[in-house]
Design a protein around this ligand. Sequence first.
Ligand code: CIR
Length: 266
Amino acid sequence: MSAHSYRFTHAICRLPGASIVQGLRAVDTGAPDLALMRAHHADYVAALRSTGAAVTVLDPLEDFPDAVFVEDTALCLPQGAVVMRPGAPSRLGEAAEMAPHLAAFYDEVARIEGPGTIEGGDILMCETEILVGRSARTDAAGIADLAGIVARWGWTLREVATPPGVLHFKTDCSLLDEETILSTRRLSATGCFDGYRVIDVADGEEAAANTIRFNDLVLMPAGFPRTRDRLEAAGYAVHEIGNSECAKLDGGMSCLSLRFSPPVKA
Ligand code: CIR
């Protein structure tokens, strides 16, 4: 197996800007502290780089308060990239901002043309299939558009459901390796991961479900010791990153990067 679902040569991140205090949030628990968020972001980028990956860090986009959450703007596959069409109106323009950066790595950059919407946070790229959770941000038309694009590259897309009241499908799950998913119990109980080995996050630690497997590391938000212990007991090399400020905007580990291994350009 190539492990293309978690072994990557590259990542793209974007620094948070001062406008982050206006970022979208389901429940207002206060504005994020920009200095602390920048410190957490620097730790995150350093952790990605520590695996040997080349990480591009883009400048802040002050016109788009949520632009630090680059994952929602694109899906990067071994064969090509797809520019998303975010369902949050304030985030629509972020996707176009990302397109030229993808074109630097990929000959083929497709895009979701609309009117459907789809955000990267609802897409779990597994080794042999792509799971997409329908959500308040990702609708049937957006999923159909993506299915058509990735079918050209030989991928099967399976539509699943993001739990009600949960922002994105991946808010509640992460891929750990070819056969293993970390999930909240409310999501794994739906049966959408049947056929996979599932590690449930500890009860009361649902916010730990959004991690990323990136090369040999599993990056997870700090502060969830029982889930961390479960991951370590299962043999994963866990690296904790502060996430207190992103969490105020419903963001986590996966949101902060696009992870990919681009084909060698012709
Ligand atoms: C939003 O509501 O769009 C942002 N505040 C958070 C986006 C998190 N992105 C992700 O989970 N992929």
